[in-house]
Design a protein around this ligand. Sequence first.
Ligand SMILES: *Cc1c(COP(=O)(O)O)cnc(C)c1O
Length: 378
Amino acid sequence: MKLVYLDYAATTPVAVEVAETMAQHLTLEGNFANPASRSHRFGWQAEEAVESARITVAKLIGASNREIVWTSGATESNNLAIKGVLEGFQFGHIITSSIEHKAILDTCAYQQSKGFDVTYLEPDKDGLISAPQVKQALRPDTRLVTLMLVNNEIGNVTDIQSVAKVLASHDALLHCDAAQGTGKLAIDVAELGVDLMSICAHKMYGPKGIGALYVRKAPEVVVHQQIHGGGHERGMRSGTLATHQIVGFAKAAELVMNNLAAEIEHNTKLRDKLWQGLEVLGGVQRNSHPTQCSPNHLNVSFSGVDGEILLASLAQLAISSGSACNSASVAPSYVLKALGLADELAHAGIRFSVGRYTTESDIDFTISEVTRVLSALR
Ligand SMILES: *Cc1c(COP(=O)(O)O)cnc(C)c1O
């Protein structure tokens, strides 16, 4: 049975070059040692690989290597950013949005339980959060603003740069969850004006289980450790560094840097072709923003069909309703609901996400499958 993978926003396959690099950092013949082992050459070599990877990953986002803290992924980076910053305060206020990833929403809810106030900005009807909203919500005791760069469900891109300008004359730090944007868009932390940024490898053809938190090097950016131990990562995150994961992340970053413009063009072309093929079917609404959107996302709702049945009937397509992280629950997508969609359409939302290995014929097949299933169900 032919299967087409269109769930690159949930995770991507590991690039072959990345898997090869990782394999060279595991076995006795390879670079396997503990990078924190200072007493022998094996350890020095592992440390060298980790530090060279740090330079590469930093370069991907325009940071310096001293500003990268390795974590297990964007979930941990988000936790470290929010908890790590707020631990320096007894009370205060956080600004975020109602369409953030659960790793942000649940961490903010936890901070609320500890006594912090949280403002959840609502997107406008186009699914965008804007700088004036942040400005209006800002209070003297606002400690942190955390907003995502690219929404995982719909792909909409937040104008982080303008948010940073609003915060220029305020003490609040700016954190950005860029898990969904890294490797898909050109990202430069200085241009964005962020103090903290979460990234991970597995959405950009690297392995799962490795990510990083960018921590701008400045006296006012203080992150308290959440995982205590050997004092690794300049005291911000203890634990033996996973050399094979880290070099895999760096290899993935290198591949992205060598080919980003072409990849954006490839994704945009296929995503647009898909939309053209679906639009003509009628009764379909594009939930993703037409222009301010990541090149690989297309979230749509079909009217006149039950979303769950539609998804189940498209068994040859790897696509998702809501985000993969919530796929255990059948509640309508909270992101689509925040956009003002009625329950029925929020339930019928489907996310198609293309990527590096998607082909024109994958898209042709997808369009013909959706056409066939929709006409049968309607
Ligand atoms: C995937 C994702 C995460 C979680 O990242 P992990 O590395 O899987 O923990 C967080 N935020 C966004 C926006 C994501 O897309």
